[in-house]
Design a protein around this ligand. Structure first.
Ligand code: MRU
Length: 349
């Protein structure tokens, strides 16, 4: 099941808010619907959001005329609207900026609207295809870390649904499973929106990977009982110092892993690194509606009027991260030096 499809000039998004009960696609014919889908988490996961926004830029450009004097002002407004949907996942900003830069590059050569749009479409498709290929490389590097059959715990969903295909953390698990190295996956349910229960458990069962679903509060006990050998998660933004923003609850899992002497791995593409930020404190953490905490699926679970704090992400300090698995290989401490090397590899951007 593909999270994102580009068909006949429309973006089709698998509506992840309905999973696992229903598999329905949303047809996005304009960029506003793409922005809405990102905001509502109908498409979610850092790389998937980035790819969806790239196609959003194509849909946005289709509403404009390159010949008109205000083309660039209007295109910048569209880029900003897409960027404002969710603040934490840097892949969103990376993809929108890449599309804008590509438009500028092509514009110098060709100022015909139809031609510019077809070049932008090719750029969005390149982002789409690259994500698949990058995830395969991350998975190969990650699976090579394990030299015996292990049980592994994961948090949230960093699978095919969170990317264009295959996944990052779940990609590593898939690859390791195909090599006979995975005994069992423990999937945290991931309060409050249950990405672990609804999406990760669904993906893993489809692959026939032995999976045990636990609530977030059970992770410590599972580690204490030596039921897992390692933890692997995805990321939404990684700073130069190696601090990692990921789904709320990741930090707690990392602290627990340290206490139980378990390796804590992060799997992420280079597009998830924010080389402009030094430390985790500088990452903007999205806060979402109180209703996500006070109830689920139309059922209220808290008294009306109670104050709620609902950060969608937390930051795991680099000191708790054993290694970061990227398409270019495994990054280990000292992160500040080794992430700088990755930055140079990306041409300093
Ligand atoms: O709020 P979400 O569901 O978009 O959060 C997703 C995560 O935190 C993922 O772990 C992260 O984006 C990595 S996806 C490969």
């Amino acid at each position: 099941m593909q999270s994102i499809l580009w068909e006949n000039g429309c973006l089709m998004l698998l509506n992840q808010t309905l999973l696992p009960e229903r598999t329905e696609y949303i047809t996005c014919r304009d960029y506003r619907r793409v922005a809405e889908a990102i905001r509502r988490l109908e498409v979610r996961g850092a790389p998937a959001i980035g790819a969806a926004a790239a196609f959003g830029m194509v849909l946005g450009a289709r509403e404009l005329s390159v010949e008109s004097l205000d083309f660039w002002d209007k295109f910048a407004v569209i880029a900003d609207e897409l960027k404002q949907t969710r603040p934490t996942a840097v892949n969103l900003f990376w993809a929108v900026d890449r599309m804008f830069t590509a438009a500028k590059r092509y514009y110098q050569k060709e100022s015909n609207t139809i031609h510019l749009i077809s070049l932008l479409e090719a750029e969005a498709l390149a982002i789409f295809e690259e994500d698949k290929e990058v995830n395969k490389r991350i998975s190969a590097h990650g699976a090579a870390l394990f030299n015996k059959k292990i049980s592994i715990l994961t948090h949230c969903n960093a699978g095919a649904l969170a990317t264009v295909a295959w996944g990052t953390a779940l990609g590593v698990i898939r690859q390791a499973f195909s090599q006979g190295k995975i005994q069992r996956v423990f999937a945290d349910e991931t309060r409050p929106l249950l990405q672990g229960a609804r999406l990760t458990a669904w993906e893993l069962l489809q692959e026939g990977i032995p999976t045990t679903l636990i609530t977030d509060s059970m992770a410590g006990w599972v580690m204490k009982k030596r039921m897992v050998d390692a933890v692997i998660v995805g990321a939404d933004r990684i700073t130069l110092s190696g601090d990692v923003a990921n789904k709320i609850g990741t930090y707690s899992v990392a602290v627990l892993a340290k206490e139980h002497n378990l390796p804590f791995y992060v799997a992420a593409p280079l597009s998830t690194f924010d080389f402009s930020l030094e430390k985790g404190e500088d990452i903007q953490i999205e806060e979402r509606a109180a209703s996500e905490v006070t109830g689920f699926g139309g059922t209220t679970t808290a008294p009306g009027g109670v104050e709620v704090f609902n950060p969608a992400f937390d930051v795991t300090p680099a000191a708790l991260v054993t290694a970061i698995i990227t398409e270019e290989g495994i990054v280990t401490p000292p992160y500040i030096d080794n992430i700088r090397k990755l930055k140079e590899l990306k041409g300093g951007k």
